[in-house]
Design a binder for this molecule. Sequence first.
Ligand code: FPP
Length: 267
Amino acid sequence: MIEPPADEGSSGEQHARPLTPESIAVIMDGNGRWAESRGLPRARGHEEGAETLRRLTRHCVARGVRELTCYALSTENFRRRPPAEVADLMRLLQLYLDRNREELLELGVRVRFIGHREELPPEVRESMERVERESAAHDGLVLRLAINYGSRSELVEAARALARAVRSGELAPEEIDEERLAAHLHDPTMADPDLLIRTAGEERLSNFLLWQASYSELHFAPCLWPDFTPERLEEAIASYAARLRKYGAVRSSDPVPRPPVVDAEGR
Ligand code: FPP
């Protein structure tokens, strides 16, 4: 068998990743199908999806994952889904934030958002800003929710910001490099995901983190998002670790992989 070449960035350096993923991104797909297969309204699938997100967040905290970035709503979903479904999702997002705020704060989670929040209803924005503000000093898991997010438009905005800096004379075109562009993404503090998971059997990125996931390992899980248990996450992590062991690219300072940790709910 021919081994694939080691990943190389534009700088020619290896993109080494840790043997246990520190930064995980998830495309939470399949809520609608989960509900429809049970004869339930799609909104029930989204509710169940929110519960899955809660369980997975606890598991990631217990496991010591540093960042969990979840695609909750794409710009395309926001603009093209029936208005009633978008309204349901907005209500659910607010409910999720209001009901889970205390638990997230107790767990030491820092909550952040990427995407175009100015288009969201004001009451939803208020709930987002509250949890962001109250968790800002936390140093546990970063839970980052992508809401009304699209990666191409994020890159276009970064390009515009750089163009403005060049026009005003602050920056020379030759000074634009990967680091400067990344500094203009929605969350410049975000670590590139080591592992990107998509559920529900679809195998595409759907305009999610196109820049940040350039070197991520991809894992496509056949199950629908509401069925994605912590055990399924462990399978994804095990498959990531097996691939890395096979092809190298492990940072020398990395400890041996941590064993799965059972979360506070015994999952
Ligand atoms: C895609 O499944 C999922 C969404 C468009 C919404 C994701 C939302 C959640 C998981 C709810 C929890 C999150 C928050 C913070 C509110 P789909 O409905 O497109 O499924 P389908 O492809 O089977 O129709």
